[in-house]
Ligand binder design. Structure first.
Ligand code: NAD
Length: 280
């Protein structure tokens, strides 16, 4: 195995979740996700539509709230309050980024933590850091599934995460720690990045620069997880890793597209279903 097939693994997970939803419906339980989009950012519209399609496939009810770009913060917070109290709503997702006049942190904090299926609320972030049950950010949770379902051992391995964002790098490092890896986190101020990344048995790259990581950064037979996603000048998608340059040196790698990307929505669907147990 060289390529870790995120598309295949995510399809498998979605089919498992579809079965779970079927079982729940036999017990008279339905799962509903509220999806809020403010404005008409084209990329957000594509993400929202993909999330709704995944809900439909799995059997999760999705309720759309498409608000105009001039929606005030108070109006958005009022909608979230209403959805927090609505017993029929299991998950609340606010598509980011929000228009500049709205404070994203305040919006995230307003979501009831037990409905925060994106796992961005400080309470869920805190639960992750103390190893207790809560919602976990979808992209890093997807990476763990990719590794486990590809039978890549994590325990005791040297793992280097490049990037310390709240959405990817930080939760990623907490999850690898939870899986008993020895974790190092690198960021834009890290000195001698190459020296650190060359130690990695598992290198997780989430730095947001196209094709930044070349073979000089990696050790022979390393496992490379490329979280980055960019549209290149040739209009093709690429990651933060220079795939062609590293492919002969790695033991396994997630391609872009078809690696980490498809896992994010699968894990969002997983969180929606978990919300039923979390809300009990
Ligand atoms: P971000 O810009 O918030 O964070 C980037 C991180 O990389 C920062 O912590 C920064 O310190 C670090 N960094 C930047 N330059 C560096 C350098 N030269 N050396 C070392 N570290 C450096 O980005 P993010 O939101 O974490 O996303 C990272 C990448 O993952 C982006 O390409 C993004 O598009 C992608 N992404 C993909 C998915 C998915 O579903 N596949 C989800 C979220 C993000």
């Amino acid at each position: 195995m060289k390529n870790i097939d995120g598309k295949q693994i995510s399809n498998l997970i979605k089919d498992e979740l579809k079965n779970e939803v079927k079982k729940l419906s036999q017990e008279g339980i339905s799962i509903t996700l509220a999806v809020i989009q403010v404005g008409e950012d084209p990329a957000s519209t594509v993400y929202v539509s993909n999330k709704k399609k995944a809900c439909e496939y799995i059997g999760i009810i999705s309720k759309s709230y498409e608000l105009p770009s001039n929606t005030s913060q108070t109006e958005l917070l009022d909608l979230i309050k209403t959805l927090n109290l609505d017993k029929k709503i299991n998950g609340i997702l606010v598509q980011l980024p929000l228009p500049k006049h709205i404070n994203e942190d305040e919006v995230i904090r307003a979501i009831e933590p037990k409905k925060d299926v994106d796992g961005f609320h400080p309470e869920n972030v805190g639960l992750l850091s103390i190893g207790q049950k809560g919602f976990v950010s979808c992209t890093p949770a997807g990476v763990i599934q990719l590794l486990k379902r590809s039978n890549i051992e994590i325990e005791g391995k040297e793992c280097v995460v490049i990037g310390r964002s709240n959405i990817v790098g930080k939760p990623m490092s907490m999850l690898m720690l939870r899986e008993n890896a020895t974790v190092t986190v690198c960021h834009s101020r890290t000195k001698n990045l190459k020296e650190v990344t060359k130690r990695a048995d598992i290198l997780i790259v989430a730095l947001g620069i196209p094709k930044f990581i070349t073979s000089e950064y990696i050790k022979e037979d390393a496992v490379i997880i490329d979280v980055g996603i960019h549209r290149g000048e040739d209009n093709k998608l690429c990651g933060d890793v220079n795939y062609d340059d590293v492919i002969n040196k790695v033991s396994a790698i997630t391609p872009v597209p078809g690696g980490v990307g498809p896992m994010t929505i699968a894990m969002l669907m997983n969180n929606c279903i978990e919300s039923n147990a979390i809300q009990k």
